[in-house]
Design a protein around this ligand. Structure first.
Ligand SMILES: [Zn+2]
Length: 140
């Protein structure tokens, strides 16, 4: 049994987070869509189709965006993102451990068998979700 961990290049991850901020930061008079993807960005689609695009419905006020920027820069810096990409994530480990300790609580005495079952179930749930457990039961 192994944990499946998504591998994403750091530059792709970084650009995706930058796209979120700058897309929301954009106004009709000051568009910033260099990190956006034509697949989802209405501005780039409109530009490609030579049509008009209105930023007003999804834009956030600049004062709000200016307050968010330092926190966003800190959380989405390449240094911060390095901790959660290419299999070096702590979040995945913490989520996995949380599943195990939910089924085999640390504060209650449990046998090795109980702990092993909790580990097996956690791997199954972590990799395939709860749906897989239903499929496993159907085979019995
Ligand atoms: Zn955009």
């Amino acid at each position: 049994m192994t944990l499946s961990i998504l591998f994403i290049p750091i530059t792709t991850f970084f650009c995706s987070f930058q796209a979120i901020f700058w897309h929301k930061f954009s106004t009709n008079n000051d568009p910033h869509h260099k990190f956006c993807d034509e697949e989802w960005c209405g501005y780039l689609k409109a530009k490609k189709n030579n049509t008009n695009y209105d930023h007003t419905p999804h834009g956030l006020p600049r004062t709000v965006m200016n307050e968010i920027k330092p926190v966003f820069d800190s959380m989405c810096s390449k240094q911060s993102l390095m901790r959660v990409v290419n299999g070096s994530t702590q979040n995945a480990n913490e989520a996995f451990h949380s599943l195990i300790w939910t089924m085999s609580p640390k504060h209650k005495a449990s046998s090795e068998v109980t702990f092993n079952i909790a580990c097996c179930l956690a791997v199954s749930i972590f990799n395939d979700g709860y749906y897989k457990l239903g499929k496993t039961k159907e085979k019995d």
